[in-house]
Design a protein around this ligand. Sequence first.
Ligand code: ARG
Length: 397
Amino acid sequence: MNRVVLAYSGGLDTSVSIIWLQEKYDAEVYTVTVDVGQGGDFKLIEDLAHKLGVVKHFFIDAKKDFVENYVFPSIKANGLYGDKYPLSSALSRPLIAKNVVEVAEAVKADAVAHGCTGKGNDQVRIESTVKALNPNLKVLAPVREWGLDREFELEYAKKHGIPFTREKIYSIDQNLWGRSIECGPLEDIELEPPSEVFKWTVDPEEAPDKAEYVTIGFENGVPTSLNGEVLDGVSLLMRLNEIAGRNAVGRIDHIEDRIVGIKTREVYECPAAACIIEAHKDLEKLVLTPSQLSFKELVDRQWSFLVYAGLWYEPLKQDLEEFIDSSQRFVEGWVKLKLYKGGLRVVSRMSNYSLYSKDLATYSVKSVFDQSAAPGFIEIWSLSLRTAHTVRKNRER
Ligand code: ARG
């Protein structure tokens, strides 16, 4: 008999996968549910797994690991894909896969399984991770291999006594760093997402009439306090999701290029991520030199791409992180944000490593900047362009 460890969310796809693995693959199925802050009733999920006949169910609280080892590096890298998406789902996949591999090794399984379809990024992220960590494990993807659609799954589930309703029209994935919503009416890109898809953020029209301020403190490039109170990462994200969410901050709607070549419309709500990345970028502008900043933009973009594309274990990522970590040594201080009806603005900031000098920047006569040095600087700074201009000016094109 085959022994398979399945990444189990308790949803329709992975529940149907349990039966499929038992029936078609003649497998003893073990399930693993990894808590990355998605919420929900984990006891119910465990009960359902047992009801479906799994040999053993594992629950792993990975919230702290997720925040400290996946979200924090992404904050340091201002991790965004397509300049918009904070990589929330992308960051969780290598962590889920790592935990599934660990269980598979512990129970001496021959294969691991997941419920991803063949059209998305998640299959790439999970399988690349499994293959990196344990090349001997087979990977099974019932939903992909079987080409399952929802209607069939519902029928199949009913036949096996699994209680799933037809109501669910959206595909949702969530964790502490954000929530992604796909399918249903969202596939019509000319339509505004209906309010019902949003659960963590209110509509701007429903937000308070008074602005709310929030101050985020950073050390070594990661958030460590909120409004002056020192918090662990998990608590900080939970609290900030709530604060920003009630001010309608963090909704994202953009066109995304999946790794598999499909353009999709993706809708997210990432209240804490929106605030933290905005604040972190602002603090970096204060403490890093222009050379560091412009080079880091390239590094950040490349890091984000690798993570989006499922290449968590690509050695280049670690090389980039050496640079990023070094750049973050002085990213310390605080940034104050003003949240108002979906709007998010940095309004003040402070750092002991600030490179801003009021004495230099001020327009008042007290400035210590030596203006008499400027003409000489301009003379040399513009020398090459002036030379080119003089040489070329008599040609028409
Ligand atoms: N487009 C996003 C990404 O590739 C979201 C994926 C959401 N996953 C899901 N199973 N609904 O990261």
